[in-house]
Design a binder for this molecule. Structure first.
Ligand code: GCU
Length: 138
């Protein structure tokens, strides 16, 4: 299943900016975390039923250095220090897919940079079924 996509540029952004200065993003832009630890993007996600879901983050990292982030669901860290390794350049996007447990109704999913480099550039989050978690992540 394709899942439901949520654009980063439409989410709540903390200490980041919305940018369009690289190619191949979806929607109207992407979020640049601006090289600050603690910068974040928080998505408000609707789930029809409670239970396991996949959470796929589409990102670009044109540096040679990892840009790890903590991923929280409804305020609880469910995946600390998730690796967002280098992509070929800032125009090249990869997808990191995690598993998460959602409640029925409204959920908040936040990805927070944990190092001084900030997060990667973030294009979108896609929520799918638990089975999608098994899909290739790169
Ligand atoms: C460059 C790039 C930005 C990116 C930034 C970074 O400035 O153009 O899109 O966000 O590096 O280091 O995160």
């Amino acid at each position: 299943p394709a899942g439901t996509a949520y654009q980063a540029e439409d989410a709540t952004v903390g200490q980041g900016t919305i940018a369009t200065n690289h190619l191949n993003y979806t929607g109207t832009g992407f979020v640049d975390y601006t090289n600050i630890a603690g910068s974040y993007v928080e998505f408000t996600v609707s789930a029809a039923t409670a239970g396991s879901a996949s959470v796929a983050l589409r990102y670009a990292n044109g540096t040679a250095v990892d840009r790890p982030m903590d991923v929280t669901v409804n305020g609880t860290v469910v995946a600390p220090g998730v690796s967002f390794p280098a992509t070929a350049d800032w125009d090249t996007w990869a997808t990191k897919t995690l598993g998460a447990t959602l409640v029925a109704g409204t959920n908040t999913i936040r990805a927070t940079a944990t190092t001084a480099g900030g997060g990667p550039n973030l294009d979108k989050l896609t929520v799918g079924t638990a089975a999608d978690t098994q899909a290739p992540t790169r």
